[in-house]
Write a protein that binds this ligand. Structure first.
Ligand code: C5P
Length: 285
């Protein structure tokens, strides 16, 4: 095989509970990931250059070793003594540094894509090991599942077998917010100590959208708002426009609404002021 194109979807966190800070500096999490239809497209092309090159039209995507896809490819290059060159072309649709794990998803797509392109024969467990070396959110994208429980740093994945499909409006301000900065502002004594995963899960299983809407939660919200107090307006505006429930995703600043249907999501988006934001209608993949 010479060339391979793969889709690289974004995620939302329906719940994000922070349990505590670990000796390694990371935070212990329990989160429910949802894979959504907003996706980048990645094309891997073998060449004879003996180098890894990245092509992407988006101005905020690094083209060199600062990009997680470069690091992902490099790990496999070194471990498997690959003598080929590789071009990674990224069509970027997922907003960058927005709490949607676009970069992590791209890295996972490169790991599993190269496993196929170079016929490395790596098992999922081996790919997950590589993923954990790249970042906390990478492993989720190696599982072909709509929803999963993430534990540890977020890298320990248990797929959740649920048939419910959700519709959302996803709103992303045109501002980057870095995970590290958000976690560093977190005041653990202020996080609610409820088991929000187990509160939400039965509603997700039953497809009880009303209760699901009330059970969305994210312990990082106060830290996100401490960086940008004005972003509370995103939640308020979506609720005013008729959203069933709203929540920040990951370390923000993206906010998503739960809607009753595709039609409801489209009308919500139409009512949302998009001057300072990007707004997408997305559904569970
Ligand atoms: O794992 P990742 O590289 O995406 O994490 C970026 C930063 O976010 C980490 O360096 C850490 O400061 C913070 N983080 C954390 N606890 C997690 C995940 C991320 O403190 N579970």
């Amino acid at each position: 095989m010479h060339r391979l194109t793969v889709s690289s979807p974004a995620k939302l966190n329906l719940v994000l509970d922070v349990l505590g800070k670990r000796p390694d500096g990371f935070h212990e999490l329990r989160t429910i990931f949802e894979r959504i239809s907003l996706a980048d497209q990645i094309t891997l092309t073998r060449n004879k250059t003996n180098k890894i090159s990245i092509r992407c039209a988006h101005p905020h995507v690094p083209r060199g070793s600062g990009n997680l896809v470069f690091k992902a490819a490099m790990l496999l290059f070194e471990d498997f003594h690959i003598s080929d060159g590789l071009n990674i072309n990224i069509i970027k649709n997922i907003p960058v540094a927005a709490g949607l794990a676009g970069g992590s998803s791209n890295a996972a797509a490169v790991l599993s894509g190269l496993n196929r392109l170079w016929q490395l024969g790596l098992s999922r467990a081996q790919l997950v090991n590589y993923a954990a070396r790249l970042g906390s959110d990478v492993a989720f994208f190696l599982y072909n599942t709509s929803y999963a429980l993430g534990q540890g740093r977020g890298e320990r994945i248990q797929p959740i077998n649920v048939k419910t499909k959700l519709w959302h409006v996803l709103v992303t301000p045109r501002v980057k917010m870095y995970t590290k900065d958000v976690f560093s502002r977190l005041k653990l004594n202020l996080t609610n100590k409820k088991d929000n995963v187990n509160i939400l899960l039965p509603f997700l299983r039953k497809g009880d959208l009303g209760r699901l809407a009330g059970a969305l939660s994210n312990d990082l919200e106060p830290a996100i708002l401490s960086l940008r107090p004005d972003f509370i307006y995103l939640k308020k505006k979506l609720l005013d426009a008729g959203a069933m429930g709203v929540c920040f995703s990951g370390s923000g600043p993206s906010v998503f609404a739960l809607s009753e249907s595709q039609k409801h999501a489209l009308s919500l988006r139409a009512r949302f002021d998009r001057r300072y934001t990007q707004a997408f209608v997305v559904n569970t993949l």
